[in-house]
Ligand binder design. Structure first.
Ligand code: PRP
Ligand code: URA
Length: 209
């Protein structure tokens, strides 16, 4: 059974509060989203496997630890998930990056798939799916389903802001997936937006509105 990790780090809380403000422009929004992604990547990699190794410092021989598990893949959900990729890569520079294209139909709020391109060896990797917003959970649940349909099982999902409705849906449809949540908000409004949230993450990252 996967776990739900709601971040409690002061830097993450501070940065999320900052980007919620409606007067924060595209440049700053984009930069801070990546900073938050980097901090969340640190938390989401806490349980990666390591092995003991012998090392020689200029002073003495000793033992240390190095990563010993699967290699990572970062899978942003297009479009807003792309805004978190550089922050993730800052800590995992050798990670491979796949893309899943989904948008939410504004009427039905159901996800519509339009793209999927993954690293060839994705099944052998630890997969970090990223999207700043977990609202109804339709997009993230569909993205994880697309991965599982391709035989991918080691999946973590990272979002900056989540609504309780989305968390519940992910827990129900994908109980094996660990969720890393920057902030857990109050609810969804009648348009499926997270309240208080930060508005439309894609528009704010790419400056399209
Ligand atoms: C946003 C967001 C998530 C989705 C969350 O994307 O980035 O992917 O909504 O909502 P859900 O949990 O109810 O599915 P959007 O559909 O606006 O597409 P975009 O990234 O292309 O703007
Ligand atoms: N997608 C967003 O970008 N923001 C929300 O509040 C909900 C879905």
């Amino acid at each position: 059974m996967g776990k739900v990790h709601v971040m409690d780090h002061p830097l993450i809380a501070h940065k999320i509060s900052y980007i919620r403000r409606e007067d924060v422009g595209t440049k700053e929004f984009r930069e801070v989203i990546n900073e938050i992604a980097q901090l969340m990547c640190y938390e989401a990699t806490r349980e990666l496997k390591t092995k003991e190794i012998k090392i020689k410092t200029p002073v003495a021989e000793t033992t240390g630890r190095e990563l010993a598990g699967r290699k990572p893949a970062i899978i942003p959900i297009l479009r807003a998930g792309v805004g978190m990729v550089d922050g993730m890569l800052a800590l995992m520079p050798a990670a491979k990056v796949g893309h899943i294209g989904l948008y939410r139909d504004p009427e039905t709020l159901e996800p519509v798939e339009y793209y999927c391109k993954l690293p060839a060896d994705c099944q052998e990797r630890d997969v970090f799916v990223v999207d700043p917003m977990l609202a109804t959970g339709g997009s993230s649940a569909a993205a994880v389903r697309m991965l599982k349909d391709r035989g991918i099982t080691n999946i973590r999902f990272l979002c900056i802001i989540a609504a309780p409705e989305g968390v519940e849906r992910m827990r129900k449809e994908h109980p094996d997936v660990d969720l890393y949540i920057g902030a857990l908000d109050e609810k969804l409004n009648e348009h499926g937006y997270i309240v208080p949230g930060l508005g439309d993450a894609g528009d704010r990252i790419f400056g399209t509105k």
